[in-house]
Design a protein. Structure first.
Length: 178
């Protein structure tokens, strides 16, 4: 993206950090593109508008690698092939709901450490508890606030990176012991 791009739909800005903002959203008119942040983010929500809004917030923060779907029945297949670093998952979806997707994720040894952030309009505390008991990493209510979303995604990606490095180091140690 070049520096002359001023479209707020896809432009990413680097601006002075406003206290409390953590540099999440652009401030003022000092628009400069920033480098892409690492991490593949998968968004599963049956409402395309929600997918696009969440993706836009994260693009503004510097993320570029996304897998998205509005079809919950294909979510697990996409998860297996794309192996994202974090999953943003709606709960109330037709056919296969988010709780069923979360259960399958936690049963798969390759995905058991995948951070899963639940994004839902459902305010039922029992649903929240079920999700957290099943291993959801975090829970955000819709409409999603980018000031909450962005640092939670960043923190989840950092935790995943640490977990991946720890697993890699453990595998190296096992090879040395053999």
């Amino acid at each position: 993206m070049n520096a002359s791009n001023t479209s707020t739909d896809t432009a990413v800005f680097s601006a002075p950090v406003v206290p409390g903002s953590h540099g999440v959203l652009p401030q003022g008119n000092s628009a400069k593109p920033v480098a892409a942040l690492p991490g593949k983010i998968m968004i599963v929500d049956d409402e395309i508008a929600n997918v696009l809004v969440v993706k836009k917030y994260l693009e503004r923060a510097g993320y570029r690698d996304f897998e998205t779907t509005t079809d919950s029945t294909s979510a697990f297949r996409i998860l297996e092939t794309s192996m994202p670093d974090v999953l943003l998952l709606d709960i109330n979806m037709p056919n296969v709901d988010g709780i069923q997707v979360l259960e399958r994720v936690r049963q798969d040894p390759r995905l058991k450490h995948l951070p899963v952030l639940i994004l839902t309009a459902n305010t039922d505390e029992r649903i929240k508890l079920v999700c957290l008991e099943l291993g959801a990493t975090d829970f955000l209510l819709k409409p999603v606030d980018p000031m909450d979303l962005t640092p939670r995604v960043r923190n989840s990606l950092q935790s995943k990176s640490f977990q991946d490095r720890l697993q890699h180091h453990a595998a190296e140690l096992e090879l040395k012991v053999e």
